[in-house]
Design a binder for this molecule. Structure first.
Ligand code: SF4
Length: 346
């Protein structure tokens, strides 16, 4: 399998180039692209408009993805389902399917583990094992669509890993996911969430991508933020917010500030006042996320405190939402399920 070309993750032009490389006409590459991303087939035998000889040749030289489902956790009463994938090098990653009235969202991973070491995060405990390839990112979506036999309407890069630490593969994957000739998930329905790598936010703005951007803020105060998120020692709050303002101005899009609420730590009136001041200084939405316990030192504030914090922030021009975790009854925090499996293979 190692020498076979993985077709998942190839663009239309790359599929055409692959067809030519194996001695076929360019249009065969367009057919392949359609079979993989539009019809979502995983088997060459199903590609009925390709000659049998070509299907045999493809089976010898290529493969369509490789993610192996290791576990499916559908115990959550909310309807969310967590998928655990085993990679060929025995690492595990996870994706979470989150249904809602009007959308089916998939939260996907961009790395195996993560190097950023946010104190409240289960994935951080794994450390960084490696980046995911474009194919491994896109294949999470294709595999789950096939398993569920339904379309996914929204994608969030909020699973394992820091997307901007794997910038090229994430942007290429998001571009493939949104391609009108392929999976056709609208760019505005794809959210890339970063812990705040300021130079990549600037690059992202300069490159003019249409995907939505979210920044995990979690504290308006540099000292506390750098304790919670060590990346803040490299790019401090002011650097990150300056980059976000640059992005908002350049793209004319409204970024989202995500704020994980930790009981007694960052949910005080002082925090809300400072956060409100930030929000008033630029166009942005705020997404409050009551912490989902991962068995460490932090805990989730009660509903009354969450509501109080939201009230302190109001009124906000661009919007405020509270995202309660869907599935706190089922290892819902990113990295929890993979963390358990990873321990097994060590
Ligand atoms: S919260 Fe995100 S960026 Fe921080 S350690 Fe976890 S996966 Fe990495």
């Amino acid at each position: 399998m190692k020498n076979k070309t993985n077709l998942v993750g190839l663009t239309l032009a790359e599929c055409e180039a692959f067809a030519e490389k194996i001695g076929e006409k360019k249009y065969r590459g367009r057919q392949l692209y359609k079979w993989i991303y539009v019809k979502k087939t995983a088997f060459f035998d199903e590609m009925t408009d390709l000659p049998a000889l070509l299907r045999d040749k493809l089976a010898e030289t290529a493969r369509i993805g490789f993610l192996e489902i290791a576990d499916v956790d559908d115990r959550s009463l909310s309807g969310s389902v967590k998928y655990l994938f085993k990679l060929p090098d025995n690492f595990f990653i996870e994706s979470v399917y989150i249904p809602d009235v009007s959308r089916k969202t998939l939260c996907i991973s961009s790395q195996v583990g993560c190097a950023l070491n946010c104190r409240f995060c289960a994935t951080a405990k794994l450390g960084l094992k490696r980046h995911l390839s474009t194919g491994e990112i896109v294949d999470q979506v294709l595999t789950i669509m096939r398993m569920r036999d339904e379309e996914i309407s929204n994608i969030v890069f909020m699973g394992m890993g820091e997307p901007f630490a794997n910038y090229e593969n994430v942007i290429k994957a998001a571009t493939l996911l949104s391609d009108d000739n392929g999976l056709a998930i609208g760019a505005r329905r794809i959210v890339i969430s970063t812990a705040g790598i300021a130079d990549k936010i600037i690059r992202y703005a300069d490159e003019g991508h249409k995907f939505r951007l979210a920044i995990s803020l979690n504290s308006p105060f540099q000292e506390q933020r750098s304790q919670l998120m060590p990346i803040s020692r490299r790019w401090d709050v002011n650097n990150v917010l300056a980059a976000v303002k640059y992005y908002a101005k350049k793209s004319r899009k409204i970024p989202t500030l995500e704020y994980v609420l930790l009981d007694g730590l960052n949910d005080t009136k002082e925090h809300a006042t400072a956060l409100k001041k930030i929000v008033k200084s630029m166009p942005c939405k705020v997404n409050l996320i009551p912490y989902n316990p991962t068995g460490d030192n932090f805990s989730r504030p009660g509903a009354a405190q969450v509501n109080q914090f939201a009230q302190w922030l109001l009124p906000l021009n661009a919007g405020l939402s509270v995202r309660w975790s869907k599935g706190d009854d089922s290892n819902a925090a990113c990295g929890q399920l993979a963390g358990k499996k990873q321990e097994w293979v060590r």
